[in-house]
Design a protein around this ligand. Structure first.
Ligand code: SAM
Length: 221
């Protein structure tokens, strides 16, 4: 028997009024956001808030990003079905679940083991396959599966970590929030014939990217 999704209506409204109405028009991105059950990626007790126009806490001081920002970043990656994608900052796993709908291979790196484990559970509950979660410092990228057609960084750093640019394929796109600790500029890089073009996409506020090529954390040397 087909299970009825109790949040389908709320998800449809989220896509229509928060995302499509604000100018995200890529049909594949909108379809993926209609499909992925965001309420299965938020902590218990937050399910009703999952489709609201804001980020939500996911524990460990981290957040699942505002749906609109997720949509903008995903659209800007210009994903094709066979693309290889690297995400830095798995968090809840919601962004990675969308990437898995739109691309061929998805590697997602998370620095906090508890969040990585929770994301894996969320994928199982939501029936998402095709995401490999790696625990580690994503500022170093993930060389074993490089190069990537797209790289998305979902935590903010003072500059774009160089290993991520190095691991981008020819023609590849990279999206990252870059700037001061509190709020930053969303930046898109496109690698063409070895050159990297930089396109600013507007202001955002993300949690810090902590690691060798990001901010120093309390546990850093
Ligand atoms: N993409 C996530 C989602 O869909 O829920 C939201 C990510 S949350 C805004 C940022 C995440 O980046 C946190 O889970 C944080 O632990 C992680 N993070 C911070 N520094 C990192 C690093 N160097 N490597 C990997 N993950 C990192």
């Amino acid at each position: 028997m087909t299970q009825i999704d109790p949040c389908m209506g709320e998800r449809e409204e989220m896509v229509e009024f928060q995302i499509r109405a604000r100018g995200v028009g890529d049909r594949r991105v909108l379809a993926a956001m209609r499909k992925i059950p965001r309420h299965l990626f938020v902590p218990k007790g937050f399910e009703r808030a999952a489709y609201e126009d804001r980020p939500l806490p996911i524990g460990e001081g981290q957040t699942i990003s505002q749906p609109y920002i997720v949509a903008v970043m995903t659209e800007q990656l210009e994903l094709k079905p066979h693309d290889r994608v690297l995400e830095i900052g798995t968090g809840s796993g919601y962004q990675a679940a969308l990437l898995a709908e739109l691309a061929g291979t998805v590697i997602s790196v998370e620095r906090l083991p508890d969040l990585a484990e929770r994301a894996r559970k969320n994928f199982a509950r939501a029936g998402v396959t095709g995401v490999t979660v790696v625990i580690g410092d994503g500022t170093q990228g993930y060389p074993p599966e490089a190069p990537y057609d797209a790289v998305i960084v979902t935590a903010a750093s003072p500059d774009i970590p160089k290993p991520l640019i190095d691991q981008l394929a020819e023609g590849g796109r990279l999206i990252a929030p870059v700037g001061p600790r509190e709020c930053q500029d969303l930046v898109k890089l496109v690698k063409r014939e070895g050159r990297v073009d930089k396109i600013p996409l507007g202001g955002v506020c993300f949690v810090p990217l902590i690691g060798q090529f990001g901010w120093k954390g309390e546990d850093s040397p």
